[in-house]
Design a protein around this ligand. Sequence first.
Ligand code: ATP
Ligand code: MG
Length: 412
Amino acid sequence: MFGKTTKSAQADAESANAKFLTQGGFVDQEMAGVYTWLPLGLQVLRKIEQIVREEMNALGALEVFMPSLQPKEYWEKTKRWEGVDILFKLKSQTEKDYALGCTHEEVVTPLVQKFIQSYKELPLAVYQINTKFRDELRAKSGVLRGREFRMKDMYSFHTNQEDLNEFYQRALQAYVKVFSRCGINVKVVQASGGIFTSNVSHEFQSITSAGEDTLIACETCTFGQNLEIATVKEGGACPECGGNLVKTKGIEVGNIFDLGTKYTDAFEFSVNNAEGSTQRLLMGCYGIGTSRLVGAIVETFHDDKGIIWPESVAPYRVHLAVLASKDAQVMQEAERLYAEMQQAGIEVLFDDRDESAGRKFTDADLIGLPVRIVLSGRTLEKSGVEWKLRTSAESEMVALDAVMAKLTNPLT
Ligand code: ATP
Ligand code: MG
């Protein structure tokens, strides 16, 4: 590991994710709202993005990778060169203007237009997982609001509203699944389109006290409404399941939009239809802030000692710490266990540093892997290891020859 744990957090770490992600060596702040993803953090980001990728593929969407450098002409076509205040603009040495992608309607619409001419080739959905740039006035709360951040954005194209509605509903369900696979319970909140001026839109809110948005949400199902527009009341019954409605805070981790013909009108994107004439296409767009999701997970799963990663997104499954690393026999046994885990495909972080037991335990709690296994002279005397789950305060002795079997089963 070159990303080291530290006792001190970054100066402006007012939120749990900023504090623990920097202290644990997951990310390094380059400047406000801009982070390097260090090896540990990158592992988490990749796991989340893989979950997202699997669920988008399951929808039948195709993965692409679009440019972040975008010509001014496209943004003028959609009348968004002026007016989108968070758009980063740059000039080349030949005085040409470019935008740095804050979203990709301006790229995906003319892209799909190049390849699709007939209704027979529709519906179509493409997505990417890419870096986005936004000139946020207040970049704060760690990776929750960045100026450079990661997003999965998907765009769907349809010949009629029913077709769009059907895909939109399936995408909505896929989103709930993505978040639940990441350990996060979301509320699905109907919302207005913001800078996207859309018809229907839904936000996916991860419930945590660190959230920026205030909601009235159901304690039982995924129903939620933004407080300012809410038609339901705190203490009332959920209109969808009858559950109890409570006031909570949420972090927007995803957002989907029915875009109508806003962008296909701008680019005059029509296809041949079955009646022998041409027809304007309808579009939907679907975003998940994958780097924000890392932060939302930390806000949800931590204690005063550090992060408590859900298994599905933990950077590694096992934290293997060897104490008395100068003792050859202890070290040999630890190396053997480490090799065995690697061979079995069990993701393991091996703490073989020459550090005190106290430091190693503090770091294990901070980093927050699901299971901590300690091997020391004392445990070796009993031919065992100390086994402790991050979610539990208790530890137990497990015989050396039982460790692998215990690891290949669900963690208990
Ligand atoms: P917000 O209201 O939080 O500024 P937004 O509504 O402008 O976000 P969208 O355009 O809907 O954001 O982007 C899709 C998703 O990308 C959001 O739901 C969020 O998860 C993520 N996202 C947006 N802005 C940022 C940012 N500055 N840093 C990290 N993630 C972001
Ligand atoms: Mg949004």
